[in-house]
Write a protein that binds this ligand. Structure first.
Ligand code: SAH
Ligand code: SF4
Length: 411
């Protein structure tokens, strides 16, 4: 049932920031972080490792990179000294560069990452990655693109220009960086500030709900998520990884077949005329086609339900009739429904539904047999802090976008 929205008081945590680079300076050596087993194998071949040894060497590297989280080849004690030296000469184990970290009083952490531009000399791009801890779990909200090609009218990212797809290593790099920062590697020292989950891991869940539309960057998202889910490495099970899509129908089946993670669908409206307005992609892939693709999602069962996300917009999609139509529409699909209080942003024409209306809506959904958790906004104080930063509007809005995501996605 519904939880109460609390607005956290202003954070007292320090805000760290570096001056943005004018021009991107590419690293002189590429990083191995984010490479698949096949790519590592090819690369070992290129540095002269005989074919017969490659599989074993790949397994060793995999363990050190993705299970232990090493940042130096020197510490790879099972790898011969010669090979360590050879690798160190040509490669690094670098993660994306963190240029800012903010910590909310509710424990939410946001990192601003600096990524290379596509061409040498181009200004670097920035994306954010958000960690939302709870007592029993820690969720990392990961980005798939810089900006988004889509233009959902209630989403701040939708108003930004699309810059580029992230590469698989930049997606894995977000997870590696977060694990570094949280001390979430075997034997590492855990952070003690903020909320830390009680289990043996800080990051237990991944949601592809940051900037961008993951199904428009499917190959990179697939490679990245398969690395993150690999049991010999980071080992976050596919059941704890959720990919959120605005409804790129032709890629839904591929995502299920090639990744096999949990699926969340940003539905937000029960009628095509309204969904066309809120999620313009609906004009290409209307609700009936979207729900058909959901019904055919590989592995769908009562134990592996699809989450339907529904943002609560005052006077737009939040009537009791809408709630009734929603449960009718989803009949027969193993589903969960997440009601998301709308997070306003500067210039938006929408308002968040009144709390009483969200509760009434939620009761209809609950009465139809669905658990209908309302996502409690998180990290509001650091969004406020962002709003106080005057310069670099592009960067400021990137932060805001991610804070919105962070608030939007917590169960
Ligand atoms: N592009 C993907 C994933 C990123 S958006 C998608 O659209 O699903 C993650 C979630 O945040 C989506 O459900 C999206 O609809 C929702 N969202 C976007 N802007 C929001 C806002 N201002 N308030 C609340 N939720 C928002
Ligand atoms: Fe893109 Fe998702 Fe925002 Fe729509 S809601 S503009 S698909 S990030």
């Amino acid at each position: 049932m519904a939880t109460t929205i609390e607005i956290a008081p202003t954070s007292t945590a320090p805000f760290v920031e570096k001056t943005p680079l004018e021009r991107y300076v590419p690293p002189d050596k590429p990083s191995l972080v984010g490479l698949t087993r096949a790519q590592l194998g090819t690369l070992l071949g290129a540095v002269g490792v005989p074919e017969a040894q490659r599989k074993m060497r790949v397994q060793q590297l995999w363990h050190w990179i993705y299970f232990r989280g090493l940042t130096s080849f020197d510490d790879m004690t099972s790898v011969s000294k010669e090979l360590r030296a050879e690798l160190a000469q040509r490669f690094t184990l670098d993660r994306p560069e963190v240029v800012a970290e903010q910590v909310s009083v509710d424990g939410t952490r946001k990192w601003l990452l600096r990524l290379p531009g596509e061409t040498e000399g181009e200004r670097p791009h920035e994306v954010e990655c958000v960690y939302i801890p709870d007592t029993d779990r820690g969720t990392l909200c990961v980005s798939s693109q810089v900006g988004c090609t889509l233009t959902c009218s209630f989403c701040h990212t939708g108003t930004q220009r699309f810059v580029r797809n992230l590469t698989a290593d930049e997606i894995v790099g977000q997870v590696m960086m977060a694990k570094d920062r949280l001390g979430d590697w075997p034997g590492a020292t855990r952070r003690t500030d903020g909320v830390i989950p009680t289990g043996d891991r800080c990051i237990t869940n991944i949601v592809m709900m940051g900037m961008g539309e993951p199904l428009y960057n499917l190959d990179a998202v697939r490679d990245a998520l398969l690395i993150v889910a690999d049991g010999d490495g980071i080992g976050i099970s596919k059941r704890r990884i959720t990919l959120s899509t605005s409804g790129v129908v032709p890629n839904i089946e591929r995502a299920g077949a090639e990744i096999g993670c949990m699926l969340a669908v940003s539905l937000h409206a029960v009628r095509d005329d309204l969904r066309n307005e809120l999620v313009p992609l609906n004009r290409k892939y209307p609700i009936a086609d979207l729900l058909e693709a959901c019904r055919n999602y590989p592995g769908l069962s009562n134990a592996k339900r699809i989450t339907f996300e529904y943002v609560m917009l005052k006077g737009v999609n939040d009537s009791i009739d809408d709630a009734k139509a929603l449960v009718r529409l989803l009949k027969g699909i193993p589903a969960k429904i997440n009601l998301i209080p709308f997070n306003p942003w500067p210039g938006t024409k929408y308002e968040c539904s009144d709390w009483e209306q969200i509760e009434k809506f939620s009761q209809v959904v609950f009465g139809a047999g669905y658990a209908s958790p309302v996502r409690t906004p998180r990290g509001r104080d650091i969004l406020a802090a962002c709003g106080q930063l005057k310069s670099a509007t592009e960067k400021l809005s990137a932060r805001e976008r991610m804070a919105l995501r962070a608030m939007a996605m917590t169960d």
